[in-house]
Structures are given as structure tokens and as C-alpha cells.
Design a protein around this ligand. Structure first.
Ligand code: CU
Length: 144
């Protein structure tokens, strides 16, 4: 049902996707760490839902879309096929929830750095942003 609605929306209104990204950030990486999580708020001002389908960054071998799920008392991450951004709404990537996972980070991320990131949306196409690198200990208890 959801897929059908998305398809109809895609055919009916191909133009004017309006996706913006704010508050994009990640943490500094610990020595030897090869993964980093990216967080941000994605707003969709358009009249049709959109979907973040993939992302990439020059600092990482690949970037995955992850959610955090609770299994008993343990939080685990799971890769998903993307994030649905509601029409006229927003979707938040935050510690303990959905996030982008930078895999095989090539060099340590240092506080104050900015990490280029390209997001690809089903409708809006490519949206470029930067992750502001915060402290290693920044808010949240996301562990891997
Ligand atoms: Cu993850």
C-alpha cells in the first residue's frame, strides 16, 4: 500500500522536490576506529514523500543507512534500504535511532573537521551536505 502511494506520487508530481538537511554531525573517531555514525534532520517541504536511498562520502569506503532496534535489553543496529521522509515533514537521524553509518573510515575524524557527504533521494536526487565533527563523547549512547 505504501509503495503504491509512493509510485502514484512519483508519477503525478515529478518536479519540485524540496529536501533540506540541517544539523548534520558526527563524532570524532577513537584511534583505530573505522566506523562513524552520521546524524541530521532531513526536511521535506514538498507535497510528496521522498526517500533517502543512499549516501556516500570521500572519507569512507561506503555509507550505509542503519536503524537501531531493541532486542530484549540490547540495542543493535540493522541496515535498512533507506529512510522515508514524509511530505511536508521531517525525519531525524539521532543517537539511539536511525543514522548513517560511515564504513571503513580512511582517516580519523577530528573534532572541528567537516566531512563532505552526498545524499541521494528518490525524488530530490543528490543533496550535498557536511557533517560537523563533534567530540568523541558527544550526546547519545550509540555503541557498536
Ligand atoms: Cu550503525
Amino acid at each position: 500500500m505504501k509503495t503504491a502511494l509512493l509510485l502514484v506520487a512519483f508519477i503525478a508530481a515529478p518536479a519540485m522536490a524540496q529536501v533540506t538537511v540541517t544539523d548534520a554531525w558526527t563524532r570524532a573517531t577513537a584511534p583505530g576506529a573505522q566506523i562513524a555514525a552520521g546524524y541530521m534532520t532531513i526536511k521535506n517541504a514538498g507535497k510528496a514523500p521522498d526517500k533517502l536511498v543512499s549516501a556516500s562520502s570521500p572519507v569512507a569506503e561506503k555509507v550505509e543507512t542503519h536503524v537501531t532496534v531493541k532486542e530484549g535489553d540490547i540495542f543493535r543496529m540493522r541496515e535498512v534500504k533507506g529512510f522515508d521522509i514524509p511530505a511536508g515533514g521531517s525525519y531525524e537521524l539521532k543517537p539511539g535511532g536511525a543514522h548513517l553509518m560511515l564504513m571503513n573510515v580512511k582517516a580519523p575524524l577530528k573534532e572541528g573537521d567537516k566531512v563532505p557527504l552526498t545524499l541521494r533521494f528518490e525524488r530530490a536526487g543528490e543533496v550535498k551536505t557536511e557533517l560537523q565533527v563533534g567530540r568523541l563523547t558527544d550526546t547519545g549512547k550509540h555503541s557498536h
